[in-house]
Design a protein. Structure first.
Length: 328
């Protein structure tokens, strides 16, 4: 920055010098030229003095700026030992606030449980998942939380004061009371997410938003940016109850022994003998989709791989979901 300003000042000096030379190139007498030159010299000397003062000011400004930058780089807070000794905290031995809660404050999310710690994101009233509660060296209670509704991948984890954490009041349906006789991989609607993980293992991808989330078992395509065929369990973040099951890949079987790739005629005949066919599940209900009312305002829908049901048709996807989901 300083070098650019100095170059700019020198250019102005050259322009002024050129302009002065042009003024003395006429038909003046020797005496007049001498007087003019003396005046120009005085003017240039004044300009040079002015530029020297400006350079001095810029030099001092650069010195101050350099000192400021160095002080920031070398300040104690940037030292790991300083942070460990002055910003330490301990986890509460008994955790009583874990899970889905409501953050009711406007203070920023911080990297450590201190009011002067680095701010990692803005804070505003939102649903949060409390990961742990801690106390700092002043015995102040803080909580390590995940902001559920934050922009994905943008510093959604951090510390907030416990005083702003409130119980979350949900008006959603209690899916734990849903009683549907059909299951997939021994998982029923209303079961806890942990049961699905226990049955199928830890190799899954999880996505969450607001009060709901889902986990996906199966294919990951497009360099991990898109989910492929498999099985998905949608659940409530507040209770972990599963409220929707979707199957798009082979190898995941219903309690009646059917899955993706099963003969569609056999499947439709079996469910038609037990359940009422739903013809108003969504606006595109036609050949290709077969839906059945399984109670509790829930539907099981089979997608087949042909426009019309034939002996060669197979199941393309299966979904067990509340009726409202198909029209949302």
């Amino acid at each position: 920055m300083l070098n650019n300003k100095i170059v700019y000042i020198i250019l102005i000096f050259i322009i002024l010098l050129s302009s002065g030379c042009a003024e003395t190139s006429g038909n003046n007498t020797t005496e007049e030229q001498s007087t003019t030159n003396n005046q120009n010299i005085e003017k240039y000397q004044a300009k040079i003095k002015e530029m020297e003062n400006k350079i001095g000011e810029l030099t001092e400004e650069n010195k101050t700026l350099t000192e400021t930058i160095n002080s920031q780089i070398n300040k104690p807070e940037a030292n790991l030992d300083y942070i460990i000794n002055n910003y330490y905290y301990r986890e509460d031995e008994i955790q009583t606030m874990l899970g889905y809660k409501k953050y009711d404050g406007n203070e920023p999310i911080r990297a450590l449980p201190y009011s002067d710690a680095l701010q990692v994101n803005n804070g505003s009233p939102s649903e949060v998942n409390v990961v742990s509660t801690v106390r700092n060296k002043y015995d102040e209670p803080w909580a390590l939380v995940e902001f559920i509704g934050g922009e994905r991948g943008r510093n959604n984890y951090g510390f907030v004061k416990v005083e702003y954490i409130k119980e979350y009041k949900s008006s959603d349906q209690d899916y734990s009371k849903i009683n549907i006789p059909i299951s997939i991989e021994n998982i029923h609607i209303g079961d806890l997410l942990e049961k699905a993980i226990n049955e199928l293992g830890l190799e899954y991808v999880e996505m969450r938003s607001r009060s709901r989330g889902f986990i996906h078992y199966g294919e990951i395509v497009g360099n991990g940016h898109r989910l492929g065929n498999g099985i998905d369990f949608f659940y409530k973040l507040t209770t972990h109850n599963i409220w929707l099951i979707r199957v798009t890949g082979e190898g995941y079987i219903t309690s009646e022994g059917y899955g993706v790739g099963s003969n569609a005629t056999d499947v439709i005949n079996n469910y038609s003998s037990k359940y009422t066919k739903k013809v108003d599940v969504n606006s595109v209900q036609n050949a290709g989709y077969w839906s059945f009312d399984v109670g509790s305002n829930y539907v099981i829908r089979f997608e087949i791989n042909t426009e019309k049901l034939t002996d060669k048709s197979t199941i393309k996807s299966i979904i067990i979901a509340p009726v409202w989901w198909f029209s949302s």
